[in-house]
Design a protein around this ligand. Sequence first.
Ligand code: ADP
Ligand code: MG
Length: 265
Amino acid sequence: MNHLLDFEHVSYSYHSIDGETPALSDISFSLNDGEFLAIAGPSGCGKSTLLNLICHLNTPESGQIFFQGEPLTKKSICEIGYMLQKDHLLEWRSIEKNIYLGLEIQKKLTGQTKDYAAHLLKKYGLFEFRHKKPSELSGGMRQRAALIRTLVLKPQLLLLDEPFSALDYQTRLKTSNDISAIIREEKKSAVLVTHDLSEAVSLADRILVLSPRPGQLKRIILTPFPKDLSALDRRNTNEFKDYFNLLWKEMNADEEVTFRAGTVS
Ligand code: ADP
Ligand code: MG
């Protein structure tokens, strides 16, 4: 299988007048073409930093990142889309005009790209809402619109930084199910950052578990569900419980050691 992304011994620290904050240490992994990878780890362990390295907002202090076999450059980021916790849809623009935004910025708004936008809006149930303002849509629909705004630029790789954490529990389950189905249908690769363990197990093909800061790769957990199983259906399988327990144990191992040490002293 082809690698879309390779991290080789990547480390990163933030520098400020207060000193140095090591955020990531010696991270190595590969992302296969068409794969859905989740990054799980405690708050502050460097998950967002890792995504910022992939989209070249930060550059590694040491180590190297390769995209499609070539060292990652600013040019590579045209192939990468970013989806955040907030949908960042502009209220003064209609849904359709929001979806055109990236195309306008990249000077790619043509008849052809507008047709593609309309195709995606129809395929994913938002066409009849295209003239509405973002506030007239539900949270789940807004996240779908945000994803279409990214997909219309035809990225190879999608970076998702806790994109469902602002939604209520029920909407969150449904939206994560919809968004992952769209990503798989469009045959995109994805890196999802989440601290919700059940979300990671229900969406990903593999889960990278990071240690507390500075984030180091503790373990990679494989979650090989049948390809045609939706994120919601995954939750109803026996394997789901097994993978969840494995991930839970891995995530809580450090905490237990700290807790025990605290009890003894
Ligand atoms: P996560 O997304 O896993 O919660 P981050 O990648 O946002 O973690 O941050 C990792 C660590 O780096 C945290 O301890 C955070 O406080 C620190 N950090 C993040 N951004 C900056 C910054 N701009 N300057 C200094 N430290 C930062
Ligand atoms: Mg973060």
